[in-house]
Design a protein around this ligand. Structure first.
Ligand SMILES: [Zn+2]
Ligand SMILES: [Zn+2]
Length: 121
């Protein structure tokens, strides 16, 4: 009899879907269409859409170009990283080695769980 198992799985999937939608509605949770940027010159933080950041970088011909800060107008904005565990945004050290991406909030280290070295932002 497989039906009860399928129903159980459907309930779990539904619960996960509801949880994710509730989490994404809460104010301070990261929205994955946006990235948070911190200015290394004045410490100002702001959100920018991933698309806008990509367009600004494409226009400059440099996919890793620091973004222009809306406060001090220096091109010193660096993309922050959302913690996979607690959702806090933080700025990894520029010369971070493996094991130095730890979240300052909860200490979670994404390098210890992912095998990919790709950093998209
Ligand atoms: Zn600034
Ligand atoms: Zn964290």
């Amino acid at each position: 009899m497989k039906t009860p198992i399928l129903v159980g799985m459907a309930v779990v999937l539904l619960a996960v879907a509801v949880y994710i939608s509730i989490a994404s509605l809460r104010g301070n949770e990261p929205v994955y269409d946006d990235i948070r940027v911190q200015c290394t010159a004045c410490d100002h933080q702001w959100d920018v859409s991933a698309r806008a950041a990509a367009e600004e970088r494409a226009a400059a011909g440099d996919p890793r170009k620091p973004l222009a800060c809306p406060r001090c107008h220096k091109a010193a904005g660096r993309a922050m990283t959302p913690c996979d565990k607690c959702g806090a945004w933080y700025l990894p050290k520029q010369d971070a080695q493996a094991g130095m991406y730890k979240c300052p909030q909860c200490g979670f280290d994404p390098e210890s769980t992912t095998d990919s070295g790709d950093i998209i932002y």
